[in-house]
Design a binder for this molecule. Structure first.
Ligand SMILES: [Ca+2]
Length: 469
């Protein structure tokens, strides 16, 4: 019972079905289009590269989204949201309450219908003790096994979870059944797909006293990796400076493992990359940032000693300052009087089994010299190359007795073997505002997850939904 890394996809893409074709295709119920797959086994990096290529080269080929070939599928449920909002109450339940560990409460009136699209609105408004509102809804009908698909656009701001999922939320479970959750996609703007499988029945108390449960998350960042864990900027000649300020508007936590403020090297070359041992050959260089005084900083991720800002100027690249999630991140260092600095460097992100992750793309380095601040470098964000809020895409789940297969635009992206996801459950659509989805800013106000349709197919002979569980 573990996720595998077998990733496969077809060469055809399903993009931007025009409203004419949408109506036409719906009218003839063309549900048995055969898609020929070219499958291959590959690692995550290859997937990311290929995903970037096919996304960027999509040419608007018209394909009906369909369940996978190889079974006699029956469409047992669909909502195309092309009817008045009031009619949704017949088929959907809506949450009307605040939320545990989130910044938003969720209300029925945040779900609206416009031009055949369901909009799960996020608003900056105080209600039920929280500063934001969002929407959560689930089908009155429940399902067990089948192919589940939703076509939607992400809300165009960070800090919002765009969720299409199945779970027995607020519904009874058969005695002895496992309480599970399958997140078909908890999408994060602009280009991250997040799948997850939870076993909420298999719980334990960890060493801190917190209740834990088993989960198997796997995320896919479709856009090209940008930025770098290591940045190095030379001054033309060494400059006397007494303070250094590094800041970033990165939408999330910034982890800085080390900052260097180096003296002039004889050959104008400075140590590169991150291996603290290889830096020994540069013994002639002085690092004025080592153990510098932290004058001020924006915040840290937790009150833990393992995230404090002094860890950005200690001797080790294995310890890091981790910032707060939202707002500008900055750290200001006092070098203890004017020092002749010729190169400023910093290492950011974190090392996961020799792969650097979560490094920043945008930052600014300033220094205080001659009684005023100067900017050494100011790297601003570039627009996202893949933006899942710009166009509709389909997210799907094939659920059988022993396996889950997750789909993006009709291409399988993840397989997961299981022996516990076996209860009848509703389909859920929801937005929420939470810092674990990224930096929360006013840009989220008024944004919405836009849903074109949700559909469920079941295999002939398995489509009976009459029983209770
Ligand atoms: Ca450190």
């Amino acid at each position: 019972m573990k996720p595998d890394n077998c990733l496969a996809w077809g060469l055809s893409c399903s993009y931007d079905i025009s409203s004419f074709w949408k109506v036409f295709l719906r009218s003839i119920r063309m549900q048995w289009l055969n898609i020929k797959w070219i499958s291959m086994v590959c690692g995550m990096n290859l997937f990311i590269r290929c995903a970037a290529i096919f996304s960027l080269s999509a040419t608007g080929t018209i394909l009906m989204a369909d369940p996978p070939a190889g079974a006699d599928w029956k469409l047992v449920y669909e909502d195309n949201f092309d009817r008045p909002r009031a009619e949704l109450d017949k088929d959907w339940n809506f949450r009307n309450a605040n939320e545990w560990k989130a910044l938003s409460s969720r209300w029925a009136e945040n779900a609206v219908v416009e031009n055949g699209v369901l909009k799960l609105l996020v608003k900056k408004e105080k209600r039920a003790g929280q500063n934001w509102t969002a929407a959560s809804m689930w089908t009155k009908r429940r399902f067990k096994y089948g192919y589940f698909e939703c076509r939607f656009k992400y809300a165009a701001a960070s800090g919002i979870n765009n969720a299409f999922w199945i779970a027995p939320s607020f519904t009874p479970l058969q005695e002895g059944a496992t309480r599970f959750e399958v997140d078909i996609n908890e999408g994060h703007y602009p280009d991250k797909i997040s799948t997850n499988v939870h076993n909420w029945s298999d719980t334990w108390i960890d060493s801190t006293g917190a209740k834990r449960h088993k989960g198997w998350p796997q995320s896919f960042k479709l856009g090209p990796q940008r930025g770098s864990p290591f940045y190095s900027h030379n001054l033309d000649v060494s400059v006397p400076m007494s303070k250094i300020r590094i800041s970033s508007n990165h939408p999330g936590i910034v982890r800085i493992a080390k900052i260097w403020a180096l003296s002039q090297s004889k050959d104008g070359i400075y140590p590169d990359w991150i291996d603290e041992y290889s830096r020994d050959i540069y013994n002639d260089l002085t690092d004025f940032a080592l153990n510098a005084k932290v004058v001020s900083f924006s915040g840290n991720y937790s009150k833990s000693k393992t995230t404090k800002p002094e860890l950005a100027v200690d001797a080790s690249v294995k310890t890091s300052w981790a910032t707060q999630v939202s707002g500008e991140k900055f750290i200001e260092l006092d070098l203890g009087g004017d020092k002749n600095v010729a190169c400023i460097q910093f290492l950011n992100g974190w090392n996961d089994k020799n792969t650097w992750k979560s490094f920043i793309e945008t930052y600014k380095i300033e220094y205080f010299s001659g009684g005023k601040w100067h900017t050494l470098v100011d790297v601003q964000p570039k627009p996202a190359e893949i933006d899942l809020s710009a166009d509709f895409h389909t997210y799907g789940l094939l659920w059988t007795e022993n396996e889950l297969v997750f789909y993006f635009d009709s291409k399988p992206i993840r397989k997961f073997e299981h022996d516990f996801i076996r209860s009848r459950v509703p389909v859920l659509l929801s937005t929420i505002v939470a810092e674990w989805t990224g930096s929360v800013t006013d840009a989220a106000d008024g944004k919405s997850m836009d849903v074109d349709y949700v559909r469920v197919w079941q295999k002939a002979g398995e489509e009976d939904n009459a029983c209770d569980y």
